[in-house]
Each structure stands twice: as structure tokens, then as C-alpha cells.
Write a new protein. Structure first.
Length: 479
């Protein structure tokens, strides 16, 4: 189904009317609306999981957990709103000796936000996912572009959340859904929309980013795009715990049939350490499965063929033979010199259960190859206490938004300190799409100069500042 131009105009008009109500709602009210949405999703858990499993084949266990993550995000942002530090309240009192006026600064919602759903997380990065939760928490109505991979789930989720919000007292137009590629393109260009959040492919995200930037009034476009998520294993780490590392790698790159944006796609391993053989042993018994959409299914063998087209690439291991229409796990290998020379071939993300082992024989080879790695969501370093890894860590910190020293990057905790983002092409911005500070994407600063107290927003009045985190004349004050 495709949303018509007339329908889109009606939805954006409703969102525009709802925006001042959301922006003016006090913390308790806005938090209650977010919790009402979470409660409604939990109440319809069985129904939603059944629809999602039918459309995505992700399985009931995975989907139930994802609903829990989704409602947890909504409740987290309710606490963020109540805590108040996200407003960045700042006051400089008037000072006749300088002289300077009284200045009171805060962050406020940008206005109606467009959110583009992802295929691989039909709940947590979809209609009621992190982008929507953080945009609502910031005080903005949301219009979601449904993903074609789960249209019925998108429609039902949107209906449940929209009804829950209105029943809780939020205005009509707080949440709406559009369907179809043309509608998505029109949505990001619509003059009512003031920002957009996206999770998906590099090509699709870049096209929408260009549309958002090319508007007569350009808007911020917060896209999460491609990521190879480099991993570095030191010789000492392989010697100390090579078998556990190999098992962990196989479990991580095959998790969700390799369709996590944090999948470890490129793994730098010491040459001659025997790590390839260890990985091959675990990969041989790894299972694949059906991919999420026909488009992803068709793209996976093409992506593998692109990697294998490089003469340096060899097959290390296949997983269990895949059923027709399913993806078979695959481990490939190459060397650091080839990666440094041909990064456009060897460092292109391949969505699905494949990983590339990159042998390095020296620190110089490793560093040259790491410098060729594009910006990523994560980077992982497995080393021992005796290793001197300062130079490697410096490169990884420049390349990624989250650096791990244990475990594997698949799995993103939804917390206050989480950062799920990274340099281009991982994202189109410096912001996170997961965690409390994801709210910052959908806020803008405004300063009131010499404003009468009665005309100030309530949170900037002295009686409110006494109970909210704020900075006054340069001094941080926490109630």
C-alpha cells in the first residue's frame, strides 16, 4: 500500500497541530504518555509477536525479547524526561559591571519528526523503536515510514501506540504511519517535517540524506547506515584463549543470520597463529537460516561474490548446508596488505552470515590496514595485559563509536551511557540512536534574554530550577 499525497498532507497537518502540545507538556505528563505506549505494547504482546513472526521468521523467543527491549526504551525515556538534565538548562544572571543581560538557555523539541523503520529489528528499530521513543520524549510528534518487510506489523503497532497516546491525553496526530517508497521520499521533503531518523542500507540512507539536505529548508537527517565493525586479536590473546575467541566470533557473526548492524565483519588475526583453523572448526557446525526480505536474500550472494572477486580471498569454512532460500554461514580470509590496497572491495559491508579474517604479520601491516577501515558503529580489541596496544586503540577510537575490550559487538545495551553511532558511513551524524542521549537529535537550543519571569517556559523559572539539574553562572547545580 502507498500513502497518497492528500493523506500525507493530512497526517503532517495533524502532526503540526500536535507539536505545540507535546512541546508544552510538563515532564510528568510527557512521561505518562510514553509509559502508556509501553503498557499498550506489552498488553498486545502475543498478537504482535504472532504477526512479526509470520512476516519476518525471526522466531517467537527473539521477538518477545525485542518487544521487551522496545517497551524498555519507552520507559527509559520517560525517566530521562523526568530527570531533566537533557534540557541543558543554563542561566547567566545579568551583570551591570560587564555589562551583560540575563540569559536563560534550554533545549526544546524541533517539531514533527520522520522516522524510517529498519528491516532487521521489527520492534526496536521500527514504528515504536528508539528513534520514535526519543523523538516523542523530546516533545515531538512522529510520522513513521513503514518498512516493506513487515507492513502488517507496522500498521498494527502504529494503531496500538497512537490509540494509547490519545487515550492517555496526548493530542491527535501524535503518531502516524505512511507506506510506500514514494511516500517516504515525500515525507522527508515535506515542509512540516523538521528532522528525520533512519536505520538501513548505505544506498537508501544516502538517498534520503540527500533529499533532506536538498530541501529549500534543509533538515538534519540522522541515518544509521553501513558498518563492518572491525575486530583486532593480538598474538598474545590468541595464544591465551584462541579457542574461546573463535567460538565467540562464530556465535557473533552468525547471530540473527548475520543481520545485526553490529556484526563483526572484518577480523584482524595474527598470521601463523592457527586462528583460521580454530574458527573453521566452530563454523562447520554453525547454522544459517532464511534472511529477512527477498531483497536481502538476493543481495547476500552478490555481496559474497564481491568479496571473493579479490584474488587474495580464500574460503576458510562453510557452515551447515543451507536449505533452499536460506543463507549458509561463510568464513573468508585475506591479508592485511590486500585490505590496505583494495579497501573498496574487501571492506564493503555484506549483510548476512559472513566474516572476513585478515592476517597481519607485523604491527606496521596491521596499522596500514586499520587506517583503511571506514567508520563503524563498533570496534573490538582482544588483547592481554602484557600487550602494548596504545597505537591500535588510538586508531580504533577514531574509527568507531563504541570500543569493546571483551565480548563481541552484537547486542546493544539500552542505557544512559550507550553510544550507537560512529563516523561516516556508519552514520550521517555524531549522535547515537540508542541510549538516553539519543534524545539530543530531536532538540534545538533557544535562549531567552531579559525575559519577564511570567513569559519564561516553566522549566526556566527560578522555582523550577531549584528542583532540576542546571548550570548557573558557570556553576553546575544538581538538586
Amino acid at each position: 500500500m502507498t500513502t497518497t499525497t492528500a493523506e500525507l498532507d493530512a497526517l503532517t497537518a495533524a502532526a503540526a497541530a500536535a507539536a505545540p502540545v507535546w512541546r508544552a507538556a510538563d515532564a510528568a505528563t510527557r512521561a505518562s504518555w510514553l509509559r502508556a505506549a509501553a503498557d499498550a505494547l506489552d498488553a498486545h504482546l502475543d498478537e504482535l509477536v504472532a504477526i512479526a513472526d509470520d512476516e519476518t521468521r525471526l522466531g517467537e523467543t527473539r521477538l518477545r525479547g525485542e518487544v521487551g527491549r522496545t517497551t524498555g526504551q519507552l520507559r527509559l525515556f520517560a525517566t530521562v524526561v523526568e530527570e531533566g538534565s537533557y534540557l541543558e538548562l543554563t542561566v547567566d544572571d545579568a551583570d551591570a559591571s560587564v555589562p551583560r543581560p540575563e540569559l536563560r538557555r534550554m533545549l526544546t523539541g524541533v517539531g514533527p519528526v520522520a522516522v524510517f523503520s529498519a528491516s532487521n529489528f521489527p520492534f526496536a528499530f521500527s514504528v515504536a523503536g528508539g528513534d520514535t521513543a526519543s523523538a516523542l520524549a523530546a516533545g515531538n510528534p512522529v510520522i513513521v515510514k513503514a518498512h516493506s518487510g513487515h507492513p502488517r506489523l507496522s500498521e498494527r503497532t502504529a494503531a496500538i501506540v497512537a490509540e494509547a497516546l490519545v487515550t492517555a491525553g496526548a493530542p491527535e496526530g501524535s503518531l502516524a504511519l505512511v507506506e510506500g517508497r514514494e511516500a517516504g521520499n515525500a515525507l522527508v521533503q515535506h515542509p512540516v517535517i523538521q528532522a528525520a531518523g533512519f536505520t538501513g542500507s548505505l544506498g537508501g540512507g544516502r538517498a534520503l540524506f540527500d533529499l533532506a539536505s536538498g530541501r529549500p529548508d534543509p533538515i538534519p537527517f540522522y541515518g544509521e547506515l553501513g558498518s563492518v565493525n572491525p575486530v583486532v586479536l593480538t598474538p598474545a590473546a590468541v595464544a591465551a584463549r584462541g579457542e574461546a575467541l573463535a567460538q565467540g566470533l562464530v556465535g557473533s557473526f552468525t547471530l540473527g543470520v548475520g543481520q545485526f548492524c553490529t556484526k563483526p565483519g572484518v577480523v584482524f588475526v595474527p598470521a601463523g597463529a592457527g586462528f583460521e583453523d580454530l574458527v573453521a572448526g566452530f563454523a562447520a557446525s554453525a547454522s544459517g537460516g532464511p534472511l529477512l526480505t527477498e531483497r536481502i536474500t538476493a543481495a547476500f550472494p552478490s555481496g559474497v561474490a564481491h568479496l571473493e572477486s579479490d584474488p587474495s580471498v580464500a574460503v576458510v569454512a562453510h557452515g551447515l548446508e543451507a536449505e533452499p532460500g536460506s543463507a549458509q554461514p561463510l568464513v573468508l580470509s585475506t591479508d592485511a596488505a590486500a585490505v590496505a590496497a583494495r579497501p573498496s572491495v574487501l571492506l564493503e559491508e555484506c549483510f548476512g552470515p559472513v566474516t572476513l579474517l585478515v592476517r597481519y604479520a607485523s604491527a606496521a601491516e596491521l596499522h596500514a590496514a586499520l587506517e583503511a577501515v571506514p567508520g563503524s558503529l563498533t570496534a573490538t580489541l582482544h588483547a592481554e595485559d602484557s600487550d602494548d596496544v596504545a597505537a591500535v586503540l588510538e586508531v580504533l577510537t577514531r574509527k568507531a563509536g563504541r570500543v569493546l575490550f571483551a565480548g563481541w559487538p552484537t547486542g546493544v545495551a539500552v542505557t544512559w551511557s550507550q553510544h550507537h553511532g560512529g563516523p561516516w558511513p556508519a552514520t550521517t551524524s555524531l549522535h547515537t540512536s540508542v541510549g538516553a542521549t539519543a534524545i539530543r537529535r530531536f532538540l534545538r537550543p533557544v535562549v531567552f534574554q531579559d525575559a519577564p519571569a511570567a513569559l519564561l517556559p516553566e522549566v526556566l523559572r527560578d522555582e523550577s530550577l531549584e528542583r532540576l539539574p542546571h548550570r548557573r553562572n558557570g556553576v553546575l547545580r544538581v538538586p
